[in-house]
Write a protein that binds this ligand. Structure first.
Ligand SMILES: [Zn+2]
Ligand SMILES: [Zn+2]
Length: 307
């Protein structure tokens, strides 16, 4: 690949040095996810649900293209964040602009028509909430308290917050984000990864990137290492098998004997994977590793746990 055909969003320092951080591409991140949900829904036992999630992703794409200008950290704040190795858009403390509530309203309006009965009732309840109640739900998402009363409303709130944070992350300027001392959290917003992706960047293949569950930023982590506790010993992989006993090549679970956690790995070199969509299309794999005694280390915000 010549230098002129390389993607402008990936600043490649040299052909042998892959970028530490990859910012989300606002033009494609949610539309590609929507297409992947539709593809995975074909012949799937949870097809209707996956198609609905595709509709949510498509609504996220539309909302992101229309997202107005945001009040982002200035040069001094960015320098301070870099110096202290802190994420510049911290999920739990960035003063989020109120526009995310408009995004939520637009997403809800866009998916209402395709929603099943139960989801339509949830959307109606959401519509009736005032600003304070919505902000309280946002706090629960951003502190990963994804349970309790009204938990069924949280995926919609999360979808709107994903649009806000993804828009902010994509506009921030990727070279401004430093690697953090904690490898398991997003260097842009400090949130947890939904999964990791094995991909080719530039001329380097087999690179592993953790994918942020909130802002869709990706950051590099060496392979064969637990993203939750940083150990390299006792990391192993489990996969689902098809009817012929053949293991899935698109997604596996990376389990760690040290902290007994797991996170899935999607193989972009094997299929057109999306870390969020492929994760939700393989809930059977979660059940498998859960029964083997491992706890998931990062959330998928479109899922209601136990829902
Ligand atoms: Zn993030
Ligand atoms: Zn571990």
């Amino acid at each position: 690949m010549s230098a002129t055909t390389q993607s402008p969003i990936i600043p490649i320092k040299s052909s042998s040095e892959p970028p530490h951080v990859i910012a989300p591409d606002a033009a494609t991140i949610f539309s590609r996810r929507a297409a992947r949900f539709d593809q995975l829904a074909e012949g799937h036992s949870l097809g209707d649900w996956l198609r609905f999630l595709g509709a949510i992703s498509r609504a996220q794409h539309t909302a992101l293209q229309a997202l107005p200008e945001l009040d982002l950290p200035g040069a001094a704040q960015m320098a301070l964040a870099r110096e202290h190795r802190m994420p510049p858009l911290p999920a739990q403390s960035w003063p989020r602009p109120a526009v995310w509530r408009d995004v939520l309203r637009d997403i809800a309006a866009a998916i209402e028509g395709t929603a099943a009965e139960v989801a339509r009732k949830d959307l109606a309840r959401l519509k009736a909430l005032d600003a304070d109640a919505l902000e309280a739900l946002a706090e629960r998402v951003l502190h990963t308290e994804l349970y309790g009363e009204d938990a069924a409303l949280l995926p919609y709130v999360a979808a709107a917050l994903q649009v806000l944070w993804t828009g902010a992350a994509s506009r921030l300027g990727i070279s401004e984000i430093a690697a953090l001392d904690v490898p398991g959290v997003c260097p842009c917003c400090g949130f947890l990864p939904v999964a990791s992706v094995i991909r080719t960047v530039g001329e380097v293949s087999n690179l592993r990137y953790l994918h942020c569950a909130l802002c869709n930023t990706e950051w590099n982590l060496v392979r064969l290492k637990c993203s939750a506790c940083d150990v390299t010993d006792g990391v192993s992989y489990r996969a689902l098998q098809d009817g012929q006993g053949k293991e899935s090549e698109a997604i596996r679970a990376e389990t760690c004997e040290s902290c007994k956690s797991y996170l899935k790995i999607a193989y972009a070199e094997k299929a057109a994977v999306d870390p969020v969509a492929d994760d939700l299309a393989t809930l059977a794999l979660d059940i498998l590793v859960d029964e083997a005694g491992y706890a998931r280390s990062g959330p998928n915000l479109l899922l209601v746990p136990g829902g």
